[in-house]
Design a binder for this molecule. Structure first.
Ligand code: AMP
Length: 217
């Protein structure tokens, strides 16, 4: 199964990608997670990416494309993959298509998580994550049992640098100006599968699987 998850920041791409990766037994590849891990380890790639991420801007295409194409050469992607956060621009989508075509493949579908901008802002501004085990919380809708601590491993929860209100607004603007065009791009090729993302995660996965079954026949 070769899938791309599309949608604005806060649509639930990471959560759904993880759940779909388990369902289809393929790796979950998140460009945002890769950049954050590199930034934490202070690698040259991480330092470069951080300049862009901290202000909500996109990392330049050539850096992201090289990183993803490299990752897709690894043998664990032979049966497929779930791409989360890539492509985000038309040149990235074209680079992905070229790579797949050269390997005799194509995407099975592009799952587009549809969600309203105001819900995105509320979701992201209240989002907290565990640096230890990756668990996600929301201050209003799913707080931890003990304030500021992870229920699973007890680590102190953190807020992503780019989840403050002005940066979320900037990320949304960039989504509308640079990434939304990919809906039309993939609609033309018949690969786009729209899924309403305004529901609890289990329900969104159910919707996505139902839509994928209908799409793949
Ligand atoms: P995410 O975790 O997907 O929200 O990504 C966090 C940040 O990483 C984004 O706001 C960008 O700065 C950067 N990033 C992740 N994926 C890409 C991509 N495909 N193209 C450009 N920048 C990206």
């Amino acid at each position: 199964m070769r899938l791309v998850l599309l949608g604005p920041p806060g649509a639930g791409k990471g959560t759904q990608a993880q759940r779909l990766a388990t369902e289809f037994d393929v790796p979950h590849i998140s460009t945002g997670d890769t950049f954050r891990a590199n930034a934490l380890a202070e690698t040259p790639l991480g330092r470069k990416a951080k300049e862009y991420m901290s202000r909500g801007a996109l990392v330049p295409d050539e850096i992201v494309v090289e990183m993803v194409l490299d990752r897709l050469q690894k043998s664990d992607t032979e049966k497929g993959f779930i791409l989360d956060g890539f492509p985000r621009t038309r040149p990235q989508a074209e680079a992905l298509d070229s790579l797949l075509v050269s390997d005799g493949h194509r995407l099975d579908a592009v799952v587009d998580l549809v969600i309203d901008d105001e819900l995105v802002v509320r979701r992201l501004v209240g989002r907290r994550s565990c640096p230890g085990c990756g668990a996600l919380y929301h201050l209003s809708w799913g707080p931890p049992l003990l304030e500021g601590k992870c229920d699973n491993c007890g680590a102190t929860l953190v807020k992503r640098d780019d989840d403050d209100k002005p940066t979320v607004r900037r990320r949304l603007e960039i989504y509308h100006s640079d990434t939304e065009v990919l809906e039309a791009y993939y609609a033309t090729t018949g690969q786009l599968v729209k899924v309403a993302g305004d529901a609890p995660e289990v329900e969104v996965t159910r919707r996505a699987l139902e839509a994928l079954r209908a799409h793949l026949g």
